[in-house]
Design a protein around this ligand. Structure first.
Ligand code: ADP
Ligand code: MG
Length: 686
């Protein structure tokens, strides 16, 4: 049996207690451990001279213990050991607090290697609690490049280093090379064993680079091939629907209360062309918040229905689904188009009625949440599938909805715009349209970052705006992914604000409410019967109340840029000057940086690019956001070259063997499944 997948306790130095800590870090089996990569490295490979040491800088020294240690006891229970060392260029002092046992390992005249941070103190060069090591030719902690791991409470870098080393020694030869030999050889890649050893313990920088290249390439390749297999599954039945050229759409457009922007027209033309061709449409519409994606989707649905088909539209929240349902009904009722809403929270009777009428083709457009994916939902003649804010859904959910029709056309919409080059890769299975223009007359949202001390001024400002007839959102964050705690904090905030805003009408909205309650609150807010809506992030996507012109985001430092941008998009939707106020206590560099970016720009593309740079694409493109596997080492943003190379390799492989059926790809295929998990399980790989 392969010990790679045995519990980490199989490794020397890991007992039940440590296994528990490791589990918190996502490490359960031995493979997880050797794929737990360092986040950075510290080069203790070369030695500094004492005379070159500078205050507050890290130094590695190879020194002789040049004198007897001194021990002082400045007060009870405290002892300070000081040991003089020299390397011929100067003298330094190693300092330890309360660690008398260290004396045993320090013999006068012996040579040791030392690493630590330099402190200039009393005219002396000191190093507090340095890492030390005998000069016995075995470089463990000093004298080599040290991996620095992401840590959690209960385990130190040294400890992880040791157990990773033990794990590598025990099992690295059991790791299978999933890349076929010919590819490894022709690209002169490290073998997987070599790569794993060197990603943890590189001897030189170039070892590290080679290891990283190999591992990142492999990761990209798995991603590319996985996406291809998903895409292929969706498109091999490529004969799709040929929708009509519906002249009536012109009339519909003319009757709109506004004229379409050039970008909306352009994108609708692209969609029309796809729909009229017999090929199956798979198109992504990217457009910043407020760019008017909904109307474009409505036009596409109009076209589908006038061509004799049904359409379905899925949104990530009940609030958003309800809102879409309302605007669609409002716009299409006059044309005799029947629209219904399917969400989790409706009566069984109503639900059965909707299901029946959908099945019989009486309903033209069904709008809903992921309740739409259920098996009981069947269509008579489904021609067009739309998912809104698609980053909230996985690839698989999208696929399940699509399977409810016979090769229906597919449109996905997202307000998380990303640079085109990246979109092409991430949405490898989609064509891309971009609405790169906002409707005219929008006032730029003024954004201010401030601190909690200023809250009263912020609230006074809200009062003033409400007196003028406007409405406000106050957003409190999810607390560490706990709905319970977020609810608690939202409720607390709501109660304290209620006291503050005695003469205003306030409401509370959170994720734990029943669908009906949520709808009620949202409707009251829409109708203007609530002035201040305190809410968790459930309002994040798509909510549209043009009269609301202020959004206050509490603990803004807890949100990512993309999310802040989404939240800000709740205002600036009407004719009024709008404001976004970010209240943050975040003192970290990254938090301050985020606030600054929010103040400076409202362009979603710019923001997503900065976000990528700040948090790294690993997080940005996390599984949750895109239904894609996390990348451990490859960086979509900085490893563009490798990404392109992986695309070449992928197409080379697929040209030879479209379904990875030959024996030399067996391992590769297994790993694609491992990486994509259940997102790919229903995809025929053979
Ligand atoms: P998003 O792209 O964020 O989904 P919506 O589709 O919700 O944006 O549109 C935001 C608001 O802009 C809606 O109130 C919509 O009616 C309005 N809108 C859409 N297109 C235009 C346009 N061309 N001119 C003026 N207002 C528009
Ligand atoms: Mg929208």
């Amino acid at each position: 049996m392969n010990s790679l997948y045995s519990s980490v306790q199989y490794i020397k130095g890991v007992g039940p207690k440590r296994a528990k800590v490791l589990k918190k870090m996502g490490i359960e089996n031995v493979r997880d451990l050797i794929y737990y990569f360092p986040r950075s490295y510290e080069d203790r490979g070369s030695f500094n001279k004492i005379k070159d040491c500078k205050n507050d800088e890290k130094a590695n020294l190879k020194v002789k213990i040049s004198g007897a240690p001194s021990i002082s006891r400045p007060r009870r229970g405290m002892s300070i050991i000081k040991v003089p060392v020299s390397d011929g260029t100067g003298v330094a002092y190693l300092v330890w607090f309360n660690q008398n046992y260290i004396l045993d390992s320090l013999k006068m005249g012996s040579i040791i290697k030392v690493s630590g941070k330099i402190k200039m103190k009393y005219g002396q060069i000191q190093i507090n609690s340095p890492a030390i090591e005998k000069d016995d030719g075995q470089n463990k902690r000093v004298g080599r490049i040290i991996p620095i791991y992401p840590l959690t409470k209960g385990i130190s870098n040294n400890e992880i280093m040791k157990i990773v080393e033990n794990a590598l020694n025990a099992v690295v030869n059991e790791v299978d090379d999933i890349l076929p030999k010919d590819i490894v050889e022709s690209l002169k890649l490290y073998s997987i064993q070599n790569a794993l050893v060197n990603i943890h313990f590189p001897k030189t920088r170039s070892d590290y680079l080679k290891a990283k290249q190999r591992l990142a390439l492999e990761e990209f390749l798995l991603l590319q091939l996985g996406l291809y297999l998903i895409k292929h599954k969706n498109s091999h039945k490529s004969q799709g629907i040929k929708f009509d050229d519906v002249i009536e759409i012109k009339e519909f457009i003319n009757k709109l209360p506004f004229s379409l922007t050039k970008a909306q027209q352009k994108v609708f033309n692209e969609i029309s062309k796809d729909m009229e061709s017999p090929k199956v449409m798979s198109r992504l519409v990217q457009g910043d918040v407020g760019s008017g994606k909904t109307i474009v989707a409505i036009m596409a649905m109009f076209k589908a229905i006038r061509s004799g088909y049904q359409a379905v539209m899925m949104a990530p929240t009940e609030i958003l689904a309800t809102q879409h349902y309302e605007s669609i009904s409002e716009m299409l009722d006059d044309y005799g188009i029947k629209c219904e809403l399917l969400i989790g929270n409706i009566s069984a009777k109503k639900k059965n009625d909707i299901l029946k009428r959908t099945r019989e083709g009486e309903i033209d457009i069904l709008v809903g949440t992921h309740a739409l994916i259920q098996d009981t939902v069947k269509f008579n003649k489904l021609g067009l599938v739309i998912t809104d804010e698609q980053h909230r859904f996985g690839v698989k959910q999208r696929a399940l909805l699509t399977q409810k029709g016979k090769n229906p056309d597919v449109l996905v919409m997202t307000a998380t715009p990303i640079p085109r080059t990246l979109a092409l890769i991430l949405y490898g299975d989609l064509d891309i349209s971009i609405i790169d223009e906002l409707p005219p007359g929008r006032k730029k949202i003024e954004t201010y970052a401030t601190i909690a001390k200023m809250k009263n001024r912020v609230y006074n400002f809200i009062k003033k705006q409400v007196k003028e007839g406007r409405q406000a959102y106050i957003v409190c964050p999810l607390v560490e992914d706990s709905e319970e705690l977020s609810l608690q904090s939202a409720t607390e905030l709501y109660n304290s604000l209620k006291k503050y805003f005695v003469d205003l009408r306030s409401g509370l909205l959170h994720g734990k409410m029943k669908g009906k309650e949520k709808d009620n609150i949202m409707n009251e807010f829409k109708k203007g019967n609530i002035d201040v809506l305190v809410s968790t992030t459930v309002i994040e996507v798509g909510v549209n109340v043009p009269n609301a012109n202020i959004i206050v985001i509490e603990n803004a430092e807890r949100f990512g840029l993309a999310q802040l941008h989404q939240l800000r998009g709740r205002v600036g939707r009407g004719e009024y000057q709008s404001y976004c106020i970010l209240i943050s206590e975040g003192k970290s560099q990254i938090a301050r940086e985020r606030m600054k970016i929010m103040e400076q720009t409202t362009d979603g593309f710019v923001i997503s690019e900065k976000d990528l740079k700040l948090r790294g694409p690993g997080e940005f493109f996390g599984t949750r956001q895109h239904g894609l596997p996390d990348l451990k080492i490859a960086n979509i943003f900085t490893d563009m070259k490798l990404l392109k190379l992986s695309q070449k390799v992928a197409s080379y492989i697929l040209k030879q063997d479209q379904y990875l059926q030959s024996k030399k790809y067996t391992k590769l295929k297994e790993h694609i499944i491992y990486m994509f998990g259940d997102r790919i399980e229903d995809i025929t790989l053979s």
